[in-house]
Every structure is written in C-alpha cells, then in structure tokens.
Ligand binder design. Sequence first.
Ligand SMILES: [Zn+2]
Length: 432
Amino acid sequence: MTATLTSTTETAYFTHLKCKECGAEYEPQAIHVCEYCFGPLEVKYDLERLAAAVTRSTIEAGPKSIWRYRPFLPVTSAEPIDVGTGMTPLIKAQRLARRLGLKHLYIKNDAVNMPTLSFKDRVVSVALTRARELGFTTVSCASTGNLANSTAAIAAHAGLDCCVFIPADLEAGKVLGTLIYGPTVMAVEGNYDQVNRLCSEVANTHGWGFVNINLRPYYSEGSKTLGYEVIEQLGWQLPDHIVAPLASGSLFTKIYKGFREFVAVGLVADKPVRCSGAQAVGCSPIAQAYAEGRDFVAPVKPNTIAKSIAIGNPADGVYALEIARKTNGAIAAATDEEIVAGIKLLAETEGIFTETAGGTTIAVLKKLVESGKIDPEEVTVVYITGNGLKTQEAVQNDIGQPLRIEPKLASFERALERSRTLERLDWQPVLV
Ligand SMILES: [Zn+2]
C-alpha cells in the first residue's frame, strides 16, 4: 500500500519515507519501522528538482555549517536549529601517512564538531529541527554518551524539554557533559541494547520525540553531511577510500548515501569509492559477519573500552556489511590495547586527541594498510568522530606523567637531562 503523501513547502525537497526492505511508502511523520515488514524507513528526495535547484555555488554561498546542505536534509523550516554544527576541518595527515606508508591520507576531524565535540551534533541538529516541525516539545534519546551530550545541549539551545537515557557505567566525562545542560538523565543499569529496548517502550507510551528511535529516519540523514563536506573540501571530488567507525552502522551507510546523492544530482564526477569500517574486538558483530562471509549480523554482548561504539545489536549492520562488500572495502576490528595505541598514534603524529572510537578507526586503518587492503596511492579519508577529553579513563595509565620539579633552574636542568635519557614512551616521575 502507498500512503497519500503530504506536500512539502517550496524549499523542501524530501517527499516521503520508504521502507528499505519492501519499498512501502509513508508520509514523513515520526515513524521509523515499516508496518508491513518491520524494515527500517528511509527519507526519499526529489532528486530531479534538487539537481535543477542546487549548484556548487549555491552551496558555497550557504552558512558555514551543515545547513549549507539544507536542500538535502529532511526539514521544511526556513530557519533550522543552527548551532554551528559541521564544516569541521579536513586535515592532510602527512606525518601519520608517512608513519603508515600512505601517500594521500586525510583526517575528517569531528573531534572538534560543535557544540559537543562529536559527529552526533550533525544528526541531532537535523532530528531536533524535524522534531520541532512535527510538534514535539520533549525530546529524548538512547545513548552511549556522545548522543546524550548532543541532544541535551541542542535541546537547551532550542528550548525543548529533554530526557536522555544512558547505560549507568558510562565514562564520567560523558555523564558530566550531559548533566551540565540540565536535562533529566536516566542512568539505566544495563547495556546500550537494553537501554534502547526500554526507550522503544517509552517512545510508544509517552509521545516523546526520540531522536534515534521514532525520529531515526530524519536523524540519520544528518550523517550524510560527513560525505558532502569531504567532497567539497577535496575540491569537489570523491575520495578513493574511506575508513569510518561502525556502531549501529548508520553513519557508514549515510556517508555512502551522501556520496551517491551528490553524484546523482551532478555535483561531483562519479568514481568508485571503497568504504571500510572499524569495530572493537570486544563488540564486533559486523566485523565477524564480514570475516565469516555471512549476510546476517548475529548480536553480541559488548565488552570493550570503546563504549561509544559498543552496540551489540546494530540496527544498520547488514546495510553496512553490504556497502563494504559491494564497494570492495573491508571491515576489521581492533583490540583494546590497539585502540589505546591508535589514540596515541593520532595524537603524536597529528595533534588530534580522539576518543576510543577514533582510536579504533586509526588502529583499523593501520591494519588495513599492513594487510594490503588500502593502496598507498589511494586518496584515503579517515573519519574521527569524537573527542578524547571525554574518555580520559581509556588512556590515563598509558601516557606517562609530567616531570615534577622545584621552581629552580638547577632542578629543571637535572630533570631535563634525565628526561633526555629516557625513551619518550617510558616516561616516569623523576624525583629531584
Ligand atoms: Zn517494509
């Protein structure tokens, strides 16, 4: 059955929601699951009208935020919630590239995305703009930390009531970085998958806008901007290879969708882009399915320091798997020790402090280079999605200590002399 479609405003180019499995179409309301087959719903656009209306110049003349791509996002508001999200740096990573043996490596640095230092500000800006359009006054989410930070902050800015749900064992920085905005925070004694199940029940009974449940089709579209920005920042070209972290798989599939949309409307010349994904060994259901050649993802119970990507039952896992395979990419997993080493490697070579998800991505990048899955000649873009200041626990025992000295020149000279005799990685407190 095809539902009657609501017409959108003149400046909106999204038309309806469509089931990714059976193709059933729905009006663009707050629904995320197909009533016929329980498949996920995705936003569809009028690409012909988009192609006629949008050029590189119209985008370049837009705001320095994700809203320069507003025609490609599922909102009707002339004034969406713009807190300066997006247009994060794309950095040519020459020192890391040399260390790994690559020639053209770029870091898309969402560790400095605004306002809460993770890529989640992109998806939440879109979700809350749509929530407001659909008449929600209370917004909510099931979160592994970054999403709670973002939902609470942007809801505060927009004047929406906010109640977020997190697993009770989250890193202190992520809990504090949510509470500061004054939302109601429910710390659930369970893992993320249990939090998510509880939230589905609350969404059904309380009529709230859950950004990653009943607003998920709109929310997830925000991640496409990570694809658009890379194209624009590479001088309107596609990269050859991307490496991104895999949690639910949504980010990964939407970067790919972003690439395909810009090709479809003629904003960028088409070429193959290989899409590779990173997981932590302690929560690697998608990497396991990839390694075993399966086309289904078997849920696992997470046990890793990379909590922000510890989703044992990933909603978009099969779609991520499909994209990695059809683009000739790869999916691999890193151990907790390799994740810490990845965080340090990125910090020491590029001056970027990422959280555990970023450490996972760098560790997997290294593995893919070493196993020959990434060609040194490829223009490779690595997505760093969150900031290390939020997960200090993960590295605090692996980075040494400052040299403690008296406020005297002689004390400084002695300490300096000693420090030069020690390998940097073996720094110890020096008694003077
Ligand atoms: Zn369906």
